[in-house]
Design a protein around this ligand. Structure first.
Ligand SMILES: Cc1cc2nc3c(=O)[nH]c(=O)nc-3n(C[C@H](O)[C@H](O)[C@H](O)COP(=O)(O)OP(=O)(O)OC[C@H]3O[C@@H](n4cnc5c(N)ncnc54)[C@H](O)[C@@H]3O)c2cc1C
Length: 397
């Protein structure tokens, strides 16, 4: 079994869920909104805001209470991600790979790996990064070339990894590499910083949007890890050769995160547009009274609502256990396209002002495209959804 649904958290008490979401909203209004413009423009890592995420316990959002996390169910987690992303989508990226890695360990780790890592991930003392992609292997993950060669009680790792979110600050990297048995996930213990043993951060990628969050290239040169670093252990039924299904299963949580980010972004674009349209006058009336603008607002709000419902449905499916690849894929596909459309529509509603840094809309417009690429492109989502549907309906066999 390779689904994160094997160890779902119990349903979050509705009152607690509302309290957590309200606390995140207060944090966004008081701390994120006033700071985001400058941080985004400077592409500066938001240390102060990350301290706020720590204070709110969000590095342990989906980690079970037994390990010191908040143990939120996925439905509540998605609401938290939406609120964060209304303020700044990048903040949702800071916790995303961290919690995917925590899920990988909770689901597939040995007892020792759970005891060793989960409490430190839950407190935020250690931050985690997920490293699957390479310069020549993104959608086609099986084409990855990073190798892990056994040498006595150790593995020697060589290869180049690309697009590692939080890579430099991470103290733990869940790394996919080719062992003799096939692609295997290694829990690589590292010191935060640009160099550690045979690992070097060789490049910080400069991006259109999603700024503030570090996205790095990491090179492994004869980097040694102990055999205990194999996620799930090296014994019979352990993790050797099972890295890809492990990681792809845990990415369902990542897809819900990306889809919920998209809901937050699409909502922020709508809210900015609707307020502006009520204020801005042309031809003697607020532009919201022109039907062409009013219809845009109606469509934008409808997209937000529809995207949120799909995210909720995918999150509920994960919370029930079992695979949720179709639901998570549909939510990610629809919500990210909604974010693309809403951010462009918001720019049209704001006219010239939407095209300037005086309004947050230009940032929304730069942030949205990541959502159609990250966590599996939307083309890949369509392939996954179609394949499962064809199986379900016995079509195409
Ligand atoms: C800011 C950022 C952060 C990221 N963070 C991480 C991270 O933390 N960890 C990590 O491992 N990865 C990360 N990624 C990598 C991300 O997951 C990949 O970029 C994504 O999977 C796409 O891979 P690619 O860029 O190599 O594109 P490619 O796979 O080369 O695809 C190029 C184009 O071809 C299309 N395509 C490919 N195959 C098919 C097919 N079979 N049918 C139809 N169309 C196809 C794609 O949809 C796309 O349009 C990040 C990426 C970005 C941009």
């Amino acid at each position: 079994m390779d689904s994160i649904g094997e160890v779902p958290n119990p349903p979050t008490d509705p009152e607690l869920a509302d309290e957590v979401v309200a606390a995140v909203r207060r944090f966004v209004e008081a701390e994120v909104v006033p700071a985001v413009g400058e941080l985004d423009a400077a592409d500066r890592y938001p240390d102060e805001l990350v301290a706020g995420l720590l204070r709110l316990g969000l590095f342990g959002a989906t980690i079970g209470e037994a390990y010191g996390g908040i143990g939120l169910d996925t439905v509540t987690y998605a609401r938290v991600v939406e609120e964060l992303s209304v303020g700044w989508m990048s903040l949702a990226g800071v916790v995303n790979s961290h919690l995917i890695v925590a899920t990988l360990i909770a689901t597939h780790g040995t007892d020792e790996q759970r005891q060793r890592w989960l409490p430190r991930l839950a407190s935020g003392e250690v931050r985690a990064a997920l490293s699957l992609s390479e310069p020549d292997a993104g959608s086609d993950a099986r084409a990855l070339r990073c190798v892990a060669r056994p040498d006595g009680e150790e593995y020697v790792i060589d290869g180049t990894k690309m697009w590692v979110t939080n890579g430099e600050r991470a103290g733990l990297v869940a790394l996919a590499a080719k062992a003799p048995e096939g692609i295997t996930c290694f829990l690589v213990d590292k010191q935060p910083g640009p160099r550690c043993g045979g690992i070097t951060v060789t490049r910080h990628v400069d991006k259109l949007g999603y700024r503030g969050v570090e996205t790095v290239e990491m090179v492994y040169e004869s980097h040694r890890v102990p055999a205990e670093a194999v996620l799930g252990g090296t014994g019979e039924g352990g993790g050797l050769g099972r890295g890809l299904p492990f990681v792809l299963g845990a990415l369902e949580l990542g897809r819900v995160n990306v889809a919920a980010r998209a809901v937050g972004l699409a909502r922020a674009a709508f809210e900015t547009a609707v307020v502006y349209a009520g204020r801005r006058q042309t031809f003697g009336v607020p532009i919201a009274r022109h039907q062409a603008v009013a219809f845009k607002l109606a469509d934008m709000a409808t997209r937000v609502e529809a995207a949120r419902l799909l995210v909720r449905s995918a999150a509920e499916r994960i919370d029930r256990g079992g695979r949720a690849d179709v639901e998570a894929g549909m939510a990610k596909l629809f919500a990210s396209e909604a974010a693309m459309t809403n951010t462009e529509e918001a720019m049209r509603v704001l006219g010239g002002y939407g095209y300037t840094t005086d309004s947050p809309v230009e940032r929304y417009y730069r942030d949205a495209p990541l959502l159609v690429i990250g966590e599996g492109t939307n083309e890949i989502q369509r392939i996954v959804i179609a394949r499962r549907l064809l199986e379900r309906y016995g079509a195409g066999s």
